[in-house]
Design a protein around this ligand. Structure first.
Ligand SMILES: Cc1cc2nc3c(=O)[nH]c(=O)nc-3n(C[C@H](O)[C@H](O)[C@H](O)COP(=O)(O)OP(=O)(O)OC[C@H]3O[C@@H](n4cnc5c(N)ncnc54)[C@H](O)[C@@H]3O)c2cc1C
Ligand SMILES: NC(=O)c1ccc[n+]([C@@H]2O[C@H](COP(=O)([O-])OP(=O)(O)OC[C@H]3O[C@@H](n4cnc5c(N)ncnc54)[C@H](OP(=O)(O)O)[C@@H]3O)[C@@H](O)[C@H]2O)c1
Length: 247
């Protein structure tokens, strides 16, 4: 198979002015939940590309990603203009190791996401494996504004289906709304607020997958280290596995 395939935009859904999700039809290889792809758009003779986590599950028909339009970014404003029927290059083979087969066994799985990183966890949660492997799964989504708490229908379905196993916590930092925390993720762990809500202590019974804003990842990792947890490496398994969206 060629490295790049031509995909067709099926939907470019605008959740807010700058937060959106794309559905793409493309003849690509099966991915593992947790992996990312690269999308490409022609700029003159060059193909400009960027990485995007699959929000769709391997069993889904269309490739789905969540993206934020960075107004002075190079690629995302072009994604934002795409309409149904437009074409986009998609890498045939998914990449990445932010997948459950890299995560050691444990009792609890914490999934910590800022902004668009929600997608990678939705992809994993739409598969059967996490529910078979972990007694409790806690998804925490940190966003700036309430309207960025997207995919609530899917999250409600998961809550109904796995009512004793699944906890969803949200944190909105730039406004205050009912039923959400309003501080950043590291603070929620440091203060014990998340542990109090879930009734789960932080110790080596828990695996943490953390994705999104690199500063959040750095600060959260420091907090988790203060609870005695370590980075998960192939050579030395631990409890903290991360994926950064930029440097
Ligand atoms: C492994 C991996 C997976 C990724 N998955 C996604 C994804 O699923 N959805 C997505 O929107 N982006 C994702 N990204 C980031 C994406 O590749 C682009 O960087 C992003 O779309 C912006 O592209 P740009 O050319 O417009 O701006 P760039 O020049 O690439 O970035 C400009 C600045 O925008 C900010 N920024 C970049 N990405 C984000 C983001 N996701 N949320 C908030 N601020 C951001 C950073 O401050 C960055 O320095 C991923 C990156 C990596 C490495
Ligand atoms: N989201 C939008 O609709 C929107 C609109 C216009 C432009 N943009 C552009 O998109 C980018 C931001 O996108 P985003 O809001 O999805 O992502 P983001 O900046 O990563 O914010 C998502 C969440 O992460 C938190 N956060 C930021 N730094 C952190 C840290 N060091 N530790 C812990 N948590 C941290 C934020 O808290 P704080 O609120 O406290 O920072 C927020 O709750 C910017 O480049 C911006 O210019 C976004």
């Amino acid at each position: 198979m060629e490295e790049w395939q031509e995909g067709e935009i099926i939907e470019n859904k605008k959740w807010t002015e700058n937060l959106a999700s794309l559905k793409i039809k493309a003849n690509i290889n099966l991915h593992k939940a947790g992996q990312f792809t690269r999308l490409g758009l022609k700029h003159g003779n060059n193909l400009v590309t960027r990485s995007y986590s699959y929000a769709s599950a391997p069993q889904d028909d269309l490739l789905e990603i969540i993206y934020v339009n960075i107004p002075n970014g190079i690629f995302s404003p072009r994604l934002h203009q795409l309409k149904r029927g437009d074409k986009i290059s998609v890498m045939s083979q998914a990449i990445g190791y932010f997948t459950l087969d890299e995560i050691p066994d444990g009792k609890n799985l914490w999934m910590l996401a800022t902004g668009t990183a929600l997608g990678v966890f939705l992809s994993i949660l739409k598969t059967a494996l996490p529910w078979k492997r972990f007694e409790k799964i806690i998804l925490i989504h940190g966003v700036r504004y309430a309207e960025e708490l997207i995919y609530q229908d899917l999250i409600s379905d998961l809550k109904n289906k796995y009512s004793n196993q699944f906890e969803y916590l949200s944190s909105v930092t730039r406004s205050s709304i009912e039923n959400s925390f309003n501080f950043r993720i590291p603070e929620g762990l440091q203060s014990g607020a998340f542990q109090k809500r879930t009734q789960i202590e932080i110790n080596t019974d828990s695996q943490f997958m953390i994705c999104g804003n690199p500063e959040m990842i750095k600060e959260t990792t420091e907090v988790l280290k203060s609870f005695g947890l370590n980075k998960n490496r192939r050579a030395k398994p631990g409890n903290i596995t991360v994926e950064r969206y930029w440097v």
